[in-house]
Design a protein around this ligand. Structure first.
Ligand code: SF4
Length: 186
């Protein structure tokens, strides 16, 4: 949630500040909203994110989920997915990030880079929105490859298949790409 509408540097700063000022998640859940908003202000949208963050933590705690490293660890993936996407402010990308990065489960998040690259490469239809793209890749990717595929597509989108001027002439998969020469490549 802290990464929404900001960059990686400010997200990391907001997270570090939050953990320094309110070291446990129970403390965050019990803190006044202005204190949370102040702690995460470097990530932007502090007042909005503080409301969502505290509400989520309180909701989880009310359901008997401990707010520490034991949270979710014993939950089955399908049930956890349903729980996460039912929380206000948590969409499919965020839910998949929790499952993949925090718990090592084979769930595939689609961010802006993955969305763009997967459409250009024809992995998903051109008109698939990010949610549909995530569903399709999730269905098709071998579970053991999900983490690497996600990381490589993001890297490809950041370094080669750029949004405005993709570097098609030096793209390592340009022989597979149906979009080469169509998207303002150089
Ligand atoms: S050939 Fe160009 S459009 Fe296709 S994946 Fe490579 S960089 Fe992207």
């Amino acid at each position: 949630m802290l990464s929404q509408n900001t960059n990686d540097v400010n997200r990391d700063r907001a997270y570090a500040d939050l953990r320094a000022k309110l070291p446990t998640w129970d403390e965050v859940a019990d803190a006044p909203l202005p204190a949370i908003a102040r702690a995460i202000r470097h990530g932007g949208l502090g007042p909005t994110k503080s409301v969502r963050l505290r509400e989520i933590l309180r909701t989880l705690r009310d359901r008997g989920i401990p707010l520490d490293e034991r949270a979710f660890a014993r939950m089955r993936s399908a049930a956890l997915w349903d729980l996460l996407v039912g929380l206000k402010g948590v969409g499919p990308k965020t839910a998949a990030c929790v499952l993949l990065f925090s718990l090592g489960r084979p769930y595939f998040p689609v961010d802006t880079h993955v969305h763009r690259v997967s459409r250009r490469l024809g992995l998903v239809p051109e008109d698939a929105d990010a949610v549909r793209a995530q569903e399709l890749i999730q269905e098709g990717a071998p579970p053991a490859e999900v983490y690497d595929l996600h990381m490589l597509l993001i890297r490809h989108g950041r370094e080669v298949c750029l949004a405005r001027r993709p570097l098609c002439s030096r793209c390592p998969v340009n022989d597979l790409c149906p979009r080469i020469g169509v998207v303002g490549a150089r």
